[in-house]
Design a protein around this ligand. Sequence first.
Ligand SMILES: [Zn+2]
Length: 608
Amino acid sequence: MSMPRRSRGLKKTLKQRDTTVTTNDQPPHFPDIGDLVARVRFSLEEGHIWLDDQRMLLMHSSALGVFRRELIEGLGEETARGLITRIGYNSGTRDAEMVRKLNRDQESIEGIYIGAQLHMLEGAVKVQPVAAEIDVGRGHFYGEFLWIGSAEGEEHVKLYGIGSEPACWMQIGYASGFASAFMGRPVLFRETECCAQGAAHCHIVGKPVDDWDDADHELRFLQADTLTSGLSISRTSSSFLADSTTTTNAQRLLNSRDVVGASAGFNAVCHMVRRVADTNTTVLFLGESGVGKEVLARSLHQISPRSAGPFVAINCAAIPDTLIESELFGVEKGAFTGAIQSRQGRFERASGGTLFLDEIGILSYTAQGKLLRALQEHVIERVGDSKERKIDVRVVAATNLDLRAEVKAGRFREDLFFRLNVFPIRVPPLRERREDIPIFMNYFLRKFNAQKNRSASGFTTRAVDAMLSYQWPGNIRELENFIERGVILAPENGAIDTIHLFSGGERIEGRPLSLKSDGSLATDGAMPTSESDQKSALDNFVRLKLSNLSDSVDYKSCKVIFDDIEDALVSQAVEKCGGNLSAAARLLGVSRPKLEYHFKKEKFLRSG
Ligand SMILES: [Zn+2]
């Protein structure tokens, strides 16, 4: 049995901001997470367990073991490991979101330790830090931890005995997900030793994906079920994390804007696309603007038997009503003024390949009729021509409209709707797949750094925070635009900050912050609305203040008295309002008599 490699020749240092603390053999202090523990609520009547706003499950560890075995034996170890790792990744991302929401100090390594503690709170494993460094702005991360008594490892050993591979898949996914969401760039944790291999404890190391030079093996388990399975590993891993190292890869990625993502929602989409690709079935992509429907349609074409044929895309909304028919079906010489020569439409040009019709919902009624005929009978007629032309085209359509509602309103033909709706695929908006945001951030950062010959180092904590909190009404396209702007505006070799990303006016919802035009986060205009929200924000504020006090104040030598705090608050408010008591009372949110009472009491105490 090998000993855990505790330090592995590394100097055990804990870098907090600019100070480097040597820990010797003392494990570092974990921050107080009393506020997080207080957020675990058991609601027996409802049958709910909550960790903050996330519903949780209290599950038997042994049941998880059985579930793992079913997956391994039913799907094979590779697939099972991927699924389980990504479940963990999802959990880690959710927890990082919660930590961010609680407004903990995100510049320091403390946030990562909070993640470790949440992992402990959730019963996965005892975590002991060995070394950790973090610099969000520079994109630097290094984390080394010991895992003692891993639940997952124990269950694996129970069923399979000691083996040659690490087995804490869900947990390694959790660590990677938490750190990635925390850093705003993909971080990969690796288990260098595992109790399932006979080690006394598991030992994990985490670094940004770009800093690993042999990460392909693990990336396979983290990556979404990309459309490229079956191609080489380097191809698939680069499509997931945009971690291309060779120029050709980079070039191809920059050109093709490959599909990236790791979330469950995105996985489901990829699965459906792969299942339908080798058929000739008409596919309908549904989803908001900017979710990447065209990229998916293109990928579907590339993995279909028609990949050698052309991929022709047309955005129906971008072409005037009067021209759409001739664009789609072609035009015969003399059909109308200006038609001085015959030309092919998109259908004919897509012959033998795939035709992608974006924003199909706004197609005119006549064009809808012709499209229906093309789909049903595989023939088209050019405008101004009565000759039928046979076509061999697979149609993939997309819309952000509710087509059923359009049918009801009489704007869309019902028969065409049924013809198109054979295989609908809903692409979730970015706000429903937040775990993909760090991946996109990194992807577009690299893309625009290369394209614009810039060297932005990464994102500031504030920027990561804003990106992850933002609602993304424009989805991936909006995120791409933000990062393009960020890369241009960021200082050379510096980090992209909120001021570089947000042009102003965008609101970060779901938290008591809004963006001002200078890029700073402000609480005005977006204060918590409900009373309970206000109370919890205040609770957090007080907790933070108290924890700061408890770090710096020795209670025995310096008594902090409640009344002193009240006095300080009142006198500062009165000073700020130039001695106007009514204004000071308003500022403090108390009545004027109450403020007067405070002064009387103070006077009494002083004279007494
Ligand atoms: Zn392990």
